[in-house]
Design a protein around this ligand. Structure first.
Ligand code: HMG
Ligand code: MG
Length: 304
């Protein structure tokens, strides 16, 4: 089994975006910028920084411009942002992201709740965004929510994931995230969602995005590794949750994924100690412990 596991993994830290979007406490732009700086110091090569969505829907991301323009960029690091429509893209492009993310859903009900339109309408909205981004030399990723389960519709069949992946491929999306938005997935179900996606995208262009609500995200990551998937989104300190998926907790903690991968001899390019410092920084601001078992264990060990 282990022979098929990739020897190297690329992590996209989505903490500043997916992580903080659901925080009730306003997080000042300066704190978000410092978090991004600490993540890049820790060796993250991809960081999902913010989203250009309606500030009425997601107030925490209203400072998108301030954050994106305040970062001291490091060469070799890619900064991505969410853009649900042309209005979002037009604002984002001024801040020169390396990659934009359109975000659709395998479930109709979640599409309506999250972006206020059907799956078909979302594709119509995304198409000109993708076209404009590619014309501007900006890479395009597509996030696919609810690929295993939906808070409103329950189980989601892999065929619906394949259908969405095909639509995204059709409009020019270059790579996709297979998201278990509410963390209900278990390893074999997650593998089915990934296999459905692999009907349309190559192995280098598929990433796992697993929320840890039911404590399955690390197991699901291992299951995805078994398929050869080597790109993952994770959130420093396990920050986060989606405002339109009630009760969903954050993504799998980056610290936990890095601890597991390094323990398996898989290369990430990340310095776990500096990553733990980044997680401790934002958790300190939010006045709580990191939602990462590995981080807390190592912080306790340090203190001792
Ligand atoms: P809408 O109401 O259908 O849009 O919202 P609209 O075009 O009718 O516009 C309504 C108002 O919003 C107007 O303002 C627009 O100007 C404004 P008003 O005239 O009322 O003052 N507006 C915007 N403002 C700023 N930026 C924009 C923008 N677009 C319109 N881009 C919309 C549609 C998509 C905008 C809305 O539903 C929205 O913002 N939703 C938020 C979605 C979101 O951020 N969800 C969380 C991120 S996705 C996620 O977490 C899942 C993921 O992690 C994967 C996973 O885990 O599943 C990626
Ligand atoms: Mg998410």
């Amino acid at each position: 089994m282990t022979s098929s596991i990739p020897s190297r993994v690329r992590l996209i830290d989505v903490g500043p975006r997916d992580g903080l979007q659901n925080e009730k406490t306003p997080v000042p732009a300066a704190v978000k910028i410092e978090l991004v700086h600490r993540l890049q110091q820790a060796g993250l090569k991809e960081i999902e920084v913010t989203s250009y969505v309606s500030p009425k829907w997601v107030p925490q991301m209203a400072d998108n411009h301030e954050v994106m323009s305040g970062i001291t960029r490091q060469s070799g690091v890619a900064y991505s942002v969410l853009t649900p429509n042309l209005k979002g893209f037009d604002a984002a492009v001024l801040d020169q992201p390396d990659e934009i993310v359109v975000f659709g859903s395998a479930s109709e009900a979640f599409s309506q709740r999250n972006i206020n339109c059907s799956i078909a309408e979302s594709i119509e909205r995304f198409a000109p965004v993708v076209e404009a981004a590619l014309a501007a030399g900006i890479r395009v990723r597509g996030a696919m929510s609810c690929t295993v389960g939906c808070p409103y519709e329950g189980d989601i069949a892999p065929e619906r994931v394949a259908y969405l992946a095909g639509l995204l491929k059709g409009i020019g999306v270059q790579r996709v995230d297979v998201a278990d938005t509410i963390g209900v997935g278990t390893p074999r179900k997650v593998q089915k969602a990934l296999e459905a996606t692999l009907q349309h995208f190559g192995i280098d262009d598929v990433s796992g995005h697993f929320h840890d609500t039911y404590g399955q995200a690390l197991s699901n990551t291992l299951a995805a590794l078994e398929l050869g998937v080597w790109n993952y989104q994770s959130s420093v300190a396990g920050l986060g949750g989606c405002p339109y998926a009630k009760g969903a907790t954050g993504n799998v903690a980056t610290e936990d994924v890095v601890y597991m991968l390094h323990g398996m001899g898989v290369e990430t390019g990340i310095d776990l100690d500096l990553l733990i410092d980044a997680g401790a920084y934002i958790s300190g601001f939010l006045d709580r412990k990191p939602h990462s078992r590995a981080a807390n264990a190592l912080l306790t060990k340090r203190a001792g």
